[in-house]
Design a protein around this ligand. Structure first.
Ligand SMILES: *Cc1c(COP(=O)(O)O)cnc(C)c1O
Length: 374
């Protein structure tokens, strides 16, 4: 039987043709396609200015810098995410103040963040985990009252909505990822939704060596910025993908609904929060009953692979990585994130999956689980 990956991008012929056109045009670096991609993304978020770059990691670092985060500052964030969410805080010389998450939504516990705000806190950096939005009303009420900037890690959440408000259409700085595993891709890539033209201009400096071009021959370097501008090749892919975002997310929602509907009622796995129509289902990640299993998660994943079904892990708790333990974080600090980190498995979910693939995955999961004695 054909192997089922846990995710796979859908690249259409139109997009492939557009990339070939860029290659033939002779203009491969940032150019007209980058501008078109930014304009299309801006339209997607209701007209707010958007600037693209090579990754969401670069986007998050630039956004935090623009929000004024620097050495000695603190940023409130989640320990349940891809490591770059908090790596960028360390890279700026600031300290991540982790707040534990909800077991089922995997999102930062907004009730617990206020007690962690101190005199050095500059910003809040939440993740819309798997495309399920955090409560934006609550988040921004706290941020405004306490005078904090917000950088939304929306790497999973392009096309998601909170109460019919699209992610990125409101709020402060919002960062998207176009890594090939995300809901749309540009090969690699990322974007920042900015508040105004002045901020967009700052992003342009940060992503291109701090360089401003002046007139036909002038150059100024305002500060040593990154080199993270997007190529026109990548932007052409992104444009072709953005056109299909709604279709992709609709299909993801359908497939996620099938998982819920067809999942056995007596299954010992714990399903993720179901959310509402604003959920863009970047991934479907239940929790394994590892405590009652005869073998560990790695063996579970190996046996699933034997059955032709790829399983991912998103994510291990960030504070337990060496780079964070070195700062004093340890086991027991954030028990819910740690539990998710131990038990989570990401099952196949991508737009080109067939409905029958859902049954195949559910059957494989429960057959392997039976082997485990759980
Ligand atoms: C993928 C991801 C990132 C980083 O995105 P890149 O474009 O790969 O740099 C950041 N945060 C989260 C939650 C992600 O899933």
């Amino acid at each position: 039987m054909e192997k089922l990956p846990f995710t796979k991008p859908s690249i259409d012929q139109h997009t492939i043709d557009a990339v070939v056109e860029v290659l033939k045009s002779g203009w491969l670096a940032s150019g007209p396609n980058v501008q078109r991609f930014e304009a299309a993304l801006s339209e997607h978020v209701g007209g707010r200015p958007v600037r693209v770059m090579t990754s969401a990691t670069a986007a998050l670092e630039i956004a935090l810098a623009i929000a004024g985060v620097g050495p000695g500052d603190e940023v409130i964030t989640t320990p349940m995410s891809w490591c770059s969410t908090s790596n960028v805080i360390l890279r700026l010389g600031a300290r991540p103040i982790f707040v534990d998450v909800d077991l089922d939504t995997r999102n930062i516990d907004l009730d617990a963040i206020e007690s962690r705000i101190g005199p050095r806190t500059r910003a809040i950096l939440p993740v819309h985990f798997s495309g399920l939005s955090v409560d934006l009303d609550r988040l921004y009420e706290i941020a405004h009252r306490r005078g904090l900037r917000v950088v939304e890690d929306a790497a999973h959440a392009i096309g998601s909505a909170w109460r019919n408000r699209r992610i990125g259409a409101t709020g402060d700085l919002v960062c998207f990822s176009f890594h090939p595993n995300k809901n749309i891709t540009s090969g690699e890539g990322g974007a920042i939704v900015c508040n105004d033209a002045a901020e967009a201009k700052l992003v342009e400096l940060h992503r291109f060596n701090g360089v401003e071009r002046i007139g036909a021959d002038g150059t100024e370097v305002h500060f040593p910025g990154m080199k993270a501008n997007l190529s026109d090749i990548a932007a052409a892919i992104g444009l072709g993908q953005l056109r299909r975002l709604d279709e992709f997310n609709r299909r993801r929602r359908e497939l996620a609904n099938l998982y819920f509907e067809r999942w056995p009622k007596d299954s010992p796995l714990r399903l993720p929060a179901r959310g509402d129509d604003g959920h863009s289902w970047h991934m479907f990640a239940p929790l394994l009953p590892v405590k009652t299993m005869r073998f560990d998660r790695a063996e579970f994943i190996r046996r699933m692979a034997e059955r032709g079904v790829a399983v991912g892990v998103h994510y291990r708790a960030i504070h337990l990585f060496a780079a964070y333990r070195r700062l004093g974080f340890e086991e027991g600090d954030f028990p819910i994130a740690e539990r998710i980190g131990r038990e989570t498995i990401t099952l196949p979910l991508f737009p080109s999956m067939e409905n029958t693939d859902i049954d195949r995955v559910i059957q494989a999961v429960h057959a392997v689980l039976q082997e485990s004695g759980a």
